[in-house]
Design a protein around this ligand. Structure first.
Ligand SMILES: NCc1cccc(Nc2n[nH]c3ncnc(Nc4cccc(O)c4)c23)c1
Length: 232
């Protein structure tokens, strides 16, 4: 997160950190007791290694009583996701057992009504991604408030030039923005998860490349279907 601030400890108890060999790779959000929603592109960063899901964390390094690392029982990428585009950039992770819910670990409701968030709505992104262009990594969860940018505007040059589909939304990216490591994390508007961070052009903090998010409401049937079909 560029231009943001540290979240209060456990103020965002739905935040997940996807980790390989103890290193943060991507964000995620807890959407059910045994399910974390993230971005399909995050699987590319795993380099085929096993990865875990950290829940209940504020600091990535410090021992915290409610921090717990879960093994992944199943990783389901959206069938439409691919390495070339931002389309359908969603990943559902079934963790090895139901998460122990508490003040520090909570489920975040997601938008089920497939209606665009009005442009100008102030939303929040959070993550443990880069906090500077030089690639500085934060220890504690960062957050930033961003206004939604209309799809019409976001699809113009010099912005994203007609690559933003109805299943995506944009936020202004001038100075304050998501960056490497924030992929997979939530965009929260009025307390409800509306989007999942996708890397898009991978540019951070440049107003010419607004932040791009996958609109969760456009994937409710897929999400419900995967969770229903999976076993224990
Ligand atoms: N703001 C959109 C967004 C959301 C999520 C991830 C991303 N960026 C990235 N995703 N993956 C990446 N691999 C390498 N570099 C990357 N961005 C980068 C790194 C250092 C300085 C800088 O200006 C930009 C990214 C960009």
């Amino acid at each position: 997160i560029l231009g943001g601030s540290s979240a209060g400890p456990h103020q965002r108890p739905y935040m997940a950190s996807l980790q390989v060999d103890g290193q943060h790779v991507c964000g995620g959000l807890l959407i059910a007791e045994q399910w974390v929603l993230s971005a399909a592109h995050c699987m590319e960063d795993m380099k085929g290694k096993a990865f875990q899901v950290l829940l209940g964390a504020h600091s990535l390094s410090q021992p915290e009583p409610h921090k717990r690392l879960y093994a992944v029982r199943a990783a389901v990428r959206h069938p439409g996701s691919n390495t070339e585009t931002n389309d359908d950039d969603l990943l559902l992770l079934q963790v090895s057992e139901k998460a122990t819910l508490s003040e520090h670990v909570k489920i975040l409701p997601f938008q089920r009504q497939d209606v665009d968030v009005p442009p100008g709505t102030l939303c929040e992104a959070a993550g443990w991604g880069f906090t500077s262009h030089s690639g500085r990594k934060p220890d504690v969860l960062q957050q930033v408030e961003r206004p939604v940018k209309s799809r019409e505007e976001c699809n113009k040059r010099p912005y994203h030039d007609n690559t933003i589909t109805d299943k995506m939304l944009c936020t202004d990216s001038r100075k304050k923005d998501t960056c490497k490591g924030d992929s997979g994390g939530p965009l929260i508007c009025n307390g409800v998860a509306e989007g999942v961070v996708t890397a898009g052009a991978r540019v951070c903090g440049n107003f010419k490349k607004p932040g791009i998010y996958t609109r969760i409401a456009a994937y409710v049937d897929w999400i419900d279907g995967v969770m229903a079909a999976a076993g224990e």
